[in-house]
Write a protein that binds this ligand. Structure first.
Ligand code: URA
Length: 235
C-alpha cells in the first residue's frame, strides 16, 4: 500500500505537490469517486484517473549509462560529478547504482530504483559475469590464462578469486570475464600477476552489453529483455 500522492508521483511525471494541487481541485478520482486525501493508501488495484484519464501503475526504472572517466559511482559527492548527476529523470534521488566502477573506469554502469533487481545483480552470491576491456602497462605473459583459470589470489584476501577467463586482443589489451565484484578486483588481479592496469572499460554485465551508440555520459532505459535477463539468470 502506498500513499496516493506518492503512488501518482511514481506513476507519472508529477511531483507530490502537483498531485496535491490536482486533488485539491477535485481532478483525481479513485474508482470514480473524487480523491480528497493525499495520504490515503492505495494498493494499485483501484482505477485512478487524472482529469478523467486512467494512469498506469508505477513501474521500476532501469538505465544503462556509458560512464565517463572522472565520474564517481555514487549518489552524492561533494567534489566530483556523480553518475546520478548524469541521469536527468524524475525522482532521480530514488535511483541506486547497481555495481560500482572506480572513478577512472569507463563503460557500462547500471542504475535502477528496483532494490531486488540490484541485489540480484550485486549480491556476493550472484554469479553474474562482468566483462572488462583491460589495457595493461606491460605485455601479458603466456601463464596468465592458466593463473586466471585457477583463481588468482589477491593480496589481503582469505580465498582465491573464482576462475576468470581472458581473451587476448593484443599483447597489452585483453577482455577479462569475472563473476565477482571485489573492491578494485580487476586492478588487483593484474597486480597479483605482476602487471598493472592502465585503462579499464566495462563492456558487459550478464547478458547486458554496453550500447555502442551511447557516447560517454549518455544513458538509455534498459529494454524489457535486458531487465529480465538479470532476473532469469542470464550468462
Ligand atoms: N575492477 C576494478 O579494479 N575497478 C573497477 O572499476 C571495476 C572492476
Amino acid at each position: 500500500m502506498l500513499r496516493l500522492d506518492k503512488y501518482i508521483s511514481n506513476a507519472t511525471d508529477l511531483s507530490r505537490s502537483e498531485v496535491k494541487r490536482y486533488i485539491k481541485y477535485g481532478d483525481i478520482t479513485i474508482d470514480d469517486e473524487p480523491a480528497t486525501n493525499p495520504a490515503q493508501k492505495v494498493s494499485g488495484s483501484e482505477t485512478i484517473c487524472i482529469d478523467g484519464s486512467a494512469i498506469l501503475a508505477p513501474t521500476h526504472r532501469y538505465f544503462m549509462l556509458n560512464k565517463p572517466a572522472g565520474v564517481v559511482s555514487a549518489t552524492k559527492d561533494n567534489t566530483n560529478t556523480t553518475a546520478l548527476d548524469l541521469i536527468y529523470e524524475h525522482r532521480s534521488a530514488e535511483l541506486q547504482i547497481a555495481g560500482r566502477l572506480d572513478i577512472d573506469t569507463t563503460g557500462l554502469l547500471l542504475i535502477t530504483d528496483d532494490g531486488q533487481w540490484n541485489h540480484r545483480l550485486t549480491s556476493p552470491r550472484s554469479d553474474c559475469q562482468k566483462i572488462y576491456l583491460v589495457t595493461l602497462g606491460v605485455p601479458i605473459s603466456p601463464d596468465y590464462q592458466d593463473k586466471l583459470a585457477n583463481g588468482v589470489w589477491l593480496e589481503g584476501e582469505k580465498h582465491p578469486c573464482l576462475p576468470a577467463t581472458m581473451e587476448v586482443i593484443d599483447e597489452r589489451t585483453v577482455l577479462l570475464s569475472i563473476a565477482e565484484g571485489k573492491y578494485h578486483q580487476v586492478k588487483r588481479m593484474f597486480a597479483a600477476l605482476g602487471n598493472h592496469v592502465e585503462a579499464l572499460h566495462r563492456t558487459q554485465v550478464g547478458d547486458i552489453v554496453l550500447d555502442e551508440t551511447l557516447e560517454p555520459g549518455d544513458y538509455r532505459p534498459l529494454t524489457e529483455a535486458e531487465v529480465a535477463s538479470i532476473l532469469t539468470g542470464g550468462s
